[in-house]
Design a binder for this molecule. Sequence first.
Ligand code: HEM
Length: 406
Amino acid sequence: MLPTAEPIASPALSTISLLRKLAFAGVLLAFAVVVLGAYVRLTAAGLGCPDWPGCYGHLTPLGAEQSVATGASLSGPLLDVDKAWHEMIHRYAAGALVLLIVLIVALTSLSRLSPVRPRYALGLLATVVAQAALGMLTVKWQLTPLIVTLHLLFGLGTLTLMWWLWLTLRNHLEPRHAWRSRATESKDALQSRTERRARMLAGLALVSLLTQISLGGWTSSNYAAVACPDFPTCQGSWWPAMDNREAFVVWRTSTANYEGGLLTGAARVAIHFTHRLGALIATCALLLAAVYVLCCRGLRHMHAAAMVVLVALVLQLTIGISMVLWGFPLWLATAHNAGAALTLLAVITLVYQAQRLTQRSGGAPWRSVMPARAFKPNAHDAMRQAAHRRCCGTSSTNVVGRTCRS
Ligand code: HEM
């Protein structure tokens, strides 16, 4: 009979539990910030408030409106209240996200029992601060495409780090998610090869998806959507006339306002068309990774994540194509951004689970997030080890999951 387990130190568990809740709130908030950012971009409200961090020098567009009502003149373009609100709501949400991340970092560094590596928490803080700085530059440099695209990528980077943190903490707290396959010593060569391939394909899927998202940001920030108003052809051609050289000049010294885009038609066609080709490559890479995982019985614990990747991919492609066929309605263009974020989270989950395969033998997947002093297999394992110690009188670390026979 298994002895009853010793309780885990409750302060440690409550810290982890609180951090997990904060991380989940952070995931929701980061998702909202990314989608609101797209909405601002697509409603041409990026310069709705031409200064930063305030709006025409006020905390809210209400203040700017009152200034106009009292006859005061505002510096900058004419005030458009709707656009100003779009921009400011995005900034408020981003500000709340920064505060939440500061809270996570403070909790991590102040609590001796913190299960998160300070380095990871600081990386998270650095990413969101960079995102905020890019938000400021987006306004100051009048929607320069490189800055707008980087702003999107850093937003998705913050979302990814939050999601990874949440996955790790959930894994730590809930043993049913802490999948563990056969012990390394009993793992045969075939299983090792399968796991290695799964890791490689998941990594490849992530790289191709990030490239495709960057191309999407470039399409949007250069206002190249309408350059190809038909599908599957572009301007009635399977291979339209394009100006690739002009299309991918990453940095321009011009200080002009980029709203509406400055590139020639042929350059915009090149950008949009490349995004479509990128979709083809990313689709192949994601399909390959997901189908490989689904075909391997030894990777059963990853099947659900692979299914979610497939569903997210189909959804994203459907949204992208419908957007072109229906003449780029705003709601579909915004949904396309949300779809990209969800596809990214699905692929990240696949990478996370593939990563866990590597670390079963020498360490644990949360090592990159958890500090060495807080490193425990997980709450469930700790209970089983305590039970084993009482039963067998040893403190072997190799007993997790085995029945005590002595
Ligand atoms: C794996 C597939 C795809 C991914 C991950 C992806 C991702 C993205 C992203 C992140 C953006 C930037 C959105 C923003 O403004 O924030 C974008 C823009 C865009 N994508 Fe995709 N995309 C994919 C497939 C497609 C397909 C198949 C099409 C059309 C055939 C398409 C057409 C567009 C267009 C037209 C824009 C510009 C939207 C605008 O500025 O109004 N995408 N994409």
